[in-house]
Design a protein around this ligand. Structure first.
Ligand code: ACO
Length: 371
């Protein structure tokens, strides 16, 4: 038995949800480039869960169900009020999602219908709890979700208490489409491993949030913004990045386990970053990002991944940087739940082996005789 570090190249499941073949990402066979330009996030959610794009009435029904389930129990919000000041946003989200299960009577109902309903609830409620977290820590009361609007619109509304500008809704919607699913990434794998024990969907999504939090995965978008803030100016990009490269420090938002010739999602976010900069009349973050890309790709051959340009986009939308990874979760919960439903369809416990590299032929030594 020989281990493959990081399971690189290991095919661990069959899935018909999304594919990465020759660097091309598809959701249910539809190229992400096409979906980024044409699809709404709600159409993508339906596509991931049902394997086909919705008809108008199916789409209307999904939007209305998302509106119906978006409010969260008061007890969950009351619990959130007790979290310590300065609580980490992803740790809070992990706890919030876990606590949602406590107030869902069908949390442990493993029927297909209940699981599909719980997928809708999770998709509907994640934006509500993230917005509530963001408001309460600023001493503001949470805002009740709206009915009949899309996830992007509702989230921005609940965050600010104001009707969001159309351009902001469109940018957020596209970002949600681009982050919705990504084959067997670390958080999705964590979700599938959890539910393959026949644990419930809330446990699966809680595991996934824990995995997404790390800076090698979803946490990279926040880390990119920390870097941009540290750099501070276009003039400082070159010395800062050169110093990191010379000292072999990883540049967040670059590289990918699967894509070696570039992440197909990055170009859409780059374009969005440019457009938002033009609209704001402030190109600084975009120009700094482009310069970083030139240096890192030029010297290391590493290309930006989905997290790199999303940092400048979200900042230009006025979103605090520690909400970037929770926003990733608001989108990816569509993919996590799609994978969980798929796992339940043809389940088998996921239990790989380990290559033992510890000592052999050891014996128990009484504590009094240990040196
Ligand atoms: N900056 C500098 N060097 C890098 C970077 C980077 N961002 N990424 C990889 N490298 C280098 C490594 O140092 C290593 O070099 P070496 O062979 O000389 O030691 C080589 O490239 C291979 O890197 P690994 O970390 O082994 O590649 P792996 O496939 O395990 O990791 C990962 C992929 C985690 C994405 C990695 O590229 C990374 O850490 N990137 C920065 C974090 C990041 O942006 N994560 C988000 C990924 S996208 C997502 O999850 C949504």
């Amino acid at each position: 038995m020989t281990a493959t570090k990081g399971l690189e190249g290991i095919v661990a499941a069959k899935s018909s949800i999304s594919s990465i073949i020759d660097g091309v990402l598809t959701y249910q066979g539809i190229n992400i480039d096409e979906l980024a330009e044409k699809a709404s996030f709600e159409e993508v959610i339906y596509l991931l869960w049902n394997g086909k794009l919705p008809t108008q009435s199916e789409l209307d029904k999904l939007i209305s169900q998302l509106g119906e389930y978006a409010a969260v129990p008061n007890e969950v919000i009351d619990g959130l009020r007790l979290y310590p000041q300065g609580a980490n946003s992803m740790a809070s989200l992990r706890t919030l999602v876990s606590s949602l299960a406590l107030y869902d009577e069908e949390a442990n109902d493993m029927s297909k219908e209940a699981n599909y309903r719980k997928a809708i609830k999770l998709q509907a409620q994640l934006p509500t709890v993230v917005a509530a977290f963001a408001r309460l820590r600023e001493g503001k009361e949470p805002i009740a979700p709206k009915k009949g609007v899309g996830v992007a619109h509702n989230f921005l509304y609940m965050l600010t208490g104001e009707e969001p500008a159309q351009v902001a809704v469109e940018a957020m919607d596209k970002a949600l489409v681009l982050h919705a699913d990504h084959e067997l990434n670390a958080s999705t794998f964590a979700a599938r491993v959890t539910v393959a024990t026949l644990s419930d969907i809330y446990s699966g999504v809680t595991s996934a949030i824990g995995a997404l939090k790390g800076p090698l995965h979803g946490g990279a978008n926040e880390a990119v913004m920390v870097m941009l803030d540290e750099i501070g100016s276009l003039a400082n990009v070159e010395p800062y990045i050169q110093n990191k490269l010379d000292n072999k420090v990883k540049i967040m938002g670059f590289g990918h386990r699967v894509y070696k010739h570039g992440d197909p999602r990055a170009k859409h976010l780059m374009q969005m970053s440019r457009q938002l900069g033009e609209l704001k009349g402030d190109m600084k973050l975009y120009e700094m990002s482009v310069k970083i890309e030139e240096l890192v790709t030029g010297q290391k051959g590493l290309k930006p991944n989905v997290d790199f340009y999303s940092a400048s986009c979200y900042t230009m939308l006025g979103i605090p940087r520690d909400l970037f990874t929770p926003i990733f979760a608001i989108s990816r919960v569509s993919g996590w739940t799609a994978h969980i439903l798929e796992q339940f369809e043809d389940n088998r416990l996921i239990r790989p082996r380990a290559e033992y590299v510890g000592p052999a032929d050891q014996h128990y030594v009484p504590v009094s005789e240990r040196g």
